[in-house]
Design a protein. Structure first.
Length: 163
């Protein structure tokens, strides 16, 4: 094995280690983020359905069924809109993108430009497309819903091996 092959193997091993350590991290947000990254970047699985099906699948697979999700706020796509300061990494956001006819769901990663409310997100186009979710930037100036994973009722909170 030459030097570049060894470096590539080490890099891949490191990335797998990071991914699995994130998957079993302590906080719900970290588990959501690791699962979103795994589905969109590593397995590149196609989640069929609407744009909300990707966040829903991520939350389920990270161990957060509906009973382990807290709706921080939910208004209407037409507003009033939520205070952006409530948003945290791993949140499932419902957004109304300017000029768009329909609302949209994404998983928030971080703010790219806080002044313009442009955010880094995990995104899926929805409408039954046969394409994988992807890292994207989105206009999050009109957030009308926030759902957050919680430990309460999560599958991770269930006792293991109880008889």
């Amino acid at each position: 094995m030459n030097h570049s092959s060894r470096m590539m193997a080490l890099t891949i091993s490191f990335l797998w280690m990071c991914m699995f350590s994130q998957l079993f991290a302590q906080t719900p947000a970290q588990r959501v983020m690791a699962t979103a990254r795994f589905i969109s970047e590593t397995s590149q699985e196609v989640i069929h359905g609407g744009c909300w099906d990707f966040p829903d699948a991520v939350f389920y697979r990270a161990g957060f069924p509906p009973a382990a999700r807290r709706t921080l706020c939910m208004t209407k796509a037409s507003g009033p809109y939520v205070d952006y300061r409530q948003v945290q990494p791993g949140d499932w956001l419902y957004i109304q993108q300017k000029g768009a006819i329909v609302d949209h769901s994404v998983i928030f990663i971080s703010w790219k430009d806080l002044e313009t409310k442009e955010a880094n997100v995990y995104d899926y186009g929805g409408t039954g497309r046969k394409s994988k979710a992807y890292f994207n930037t989105a206009d999050c100036s009109q957030i009308w819903g926030i759902i957050r994973a919680t430990e309460e009722n999560s599958w991770a909170a269930l006792p293991m091996g109880s008889d």
